[in-house]
Design a protein around this ligand. Structure first.
Ligand SMILES: Cc1ncc(COP(=O)(O)O)c(C=O)c1O
Length: 394
């Protein structure tokens, strides 16, 4: 069978691949600890569950407006104003089946072959592939671990060419947890203004910040930034609602209208039931979000301490999100479970074989010296995982 040429240049999401390998081992009865998945282990907030059930019983099960119901978009507008100080009319908002889908619509609506789109690395796995699918060229801009994996304005400026059209900025970052403060964002926004870049800001981990940090949306740092930013967010991570598939985007109306066109010919809209549940979550579940964030903060303490004290491993503690991204270069050349490791990929494979621990190799995020562990799992799993790692690396 001949497949489309665009498929030859993209990979299946590596996080799904690792997860599949871990599940296959588990199906054989092997006791695998899976640290590969970016999915909170908490249940959906009660208000959202109730709203979803009522939607089914009330037969809210038909097609909705392509861009999402007006009620949901009003709830999103209220959230963006309350939390981010951003004013959007409902018609400048698009609800999608997951933030991944909002991002894909934005990339499809904005970029063409010949355009370069900057992606700071380490990056979330889907950005380069989505950009490639649009026909544009992802340009990876490495950040420095010594700078906390944060892109500087100077690095951004140096990466721009006459073909550069956009920047994909994600903070708190998956996989590093890096987060920018208002001053750093203002400097990045100033380069975006000077270079006339559109910014796609993936703010999906906004609510998961540690050590009293607060979140600033890059769209809020200046009028100019507001006019060139598409903010993407969703309920998957903050509200532990991954399976409901509900994300959203807000931005200049012209861009959001173009995204809605893409959506109208691809996914149409998020499930009607999910829209009702997300509306309830956004309106009514701040307390649940805070409780979950507090749990993540406790787990982060334990995993940072545990991973950071492993021999040959160093770690920049994450400012937000629920991942650690340890540097494992100190293990290269050593044997783990009978095999010599020379890359993040090797370490991930060796840990699965020797310690029955699934982690994602840094190669998936654009670096070769790291692995990613998610701490969106119970404290007991985290402690057991650290014990296994200590044994495997002893
Ligand atoms: C940075 C980032 N953006 C977007 C998403 C996708 O979220 P959703 O479940 O809403 O599609 C993820 C999920 O892993 C993510 O880590």
């Amino acid at each position: 069978m001949k497949l489309a040429s665009r498929i030859a240049h993209i990979e299946l999401s590596p996080t799904f691949r690792i997860n599949a390998a871990a599940r296959a081992l588990a199906a054989q009865g092997v006791d695998v600890l899976d640290f590969s998945v970016g999915e909170p282990d908490f249940p959906t907030p009660p208000a959202a569950k109730e709203a979803g059930k009522a939607a089914i019983d009330g037969d809210v099960t038909k097609y909705t407006a392509n861009e999402g119901t007006l009620e949901l978009r009003r709830a999103i507008a209220a959230k963006l104003l309350r939390d981010n100080g951003l004013t959007y009319a409902p018609d400048a908002i698009l609800a999608s089946p997951g933030a991944k889908s909002s991002l894909s619509c934005a990339v499809m609506a904005l970029f063409s072959p010949g355009d370069e789109v900057l992606v700071p690395s380490p990056y979330w796995v889907s950005y380069p592939e989505q950009i490639r699918l649009s026909g544009a060229t992802p340009v990876v801009v490495p950040t420095r671990e010594s700078a906390g994996f944060k892109l500087t304005a100077a690095e951004l400026d140096a990466a721009c060419t006459v073909s550069t059209r956009g920047l994909l900025l994600n903070y708190p970052s998956n996989p590093t947890g890096a987060c920018y403060d208002a001053g750093e964002l203002a400097a990045i926004a100033e380069v975006a203004r000077r270079r006339d870049l559109v910014v796609i800001a993936d703010e999906i981990y906004e609510k998961l910040l540690f050590d009293g940090r607060t979140f600033t949306s890059i769209a809020s740092v200046s009028d100019d930034a507001y006019g060139r930013t598409v903010v993407v967010n969703g309920v998957s991570k903050s509200f532990a609602m991954t399976g409901w598939r509900l994300g959203y985007a807000a931005g200049p109306k012209e861009i959001v209208d173009a995204m809605a066109k893409v959506q109208s010919h691809t996914t149409s809209h998020p499930a009607s039931i999910s829209q009702v549940a997300a509306q309830a979550a956004l309106a009514d579940s701040e307390g649940d979000v805070r409780r979950m964030a507090a749990k993540f903060a406790e787990r982060r303490e334990v995993i940072v301490e545990g991973i950071g004290s492993l021999p040959g491993v160093t770690l920049v503690p994450p400012a937000g999100a629920f991942y650690v991204y340890p540097n494992v270069a100190g293990l290269f050349g050593r044997e783990i479970g009978g095999r010599t490791v020379r890359s993040g990929q090797d370490v991930a494979e060796a840990l699965l074989a020797a310690a029955r621990i699934a982690v994602v190799p840094g190669e998936a995020f654009g670096t070769t010296h790291h692995v990613r562990l998610s701490f969106a799992c119970s404290m007991s799993r985290i402690r057991e995982g650290i014990a296994r790692l200590q044994a495997a690396l002893a």
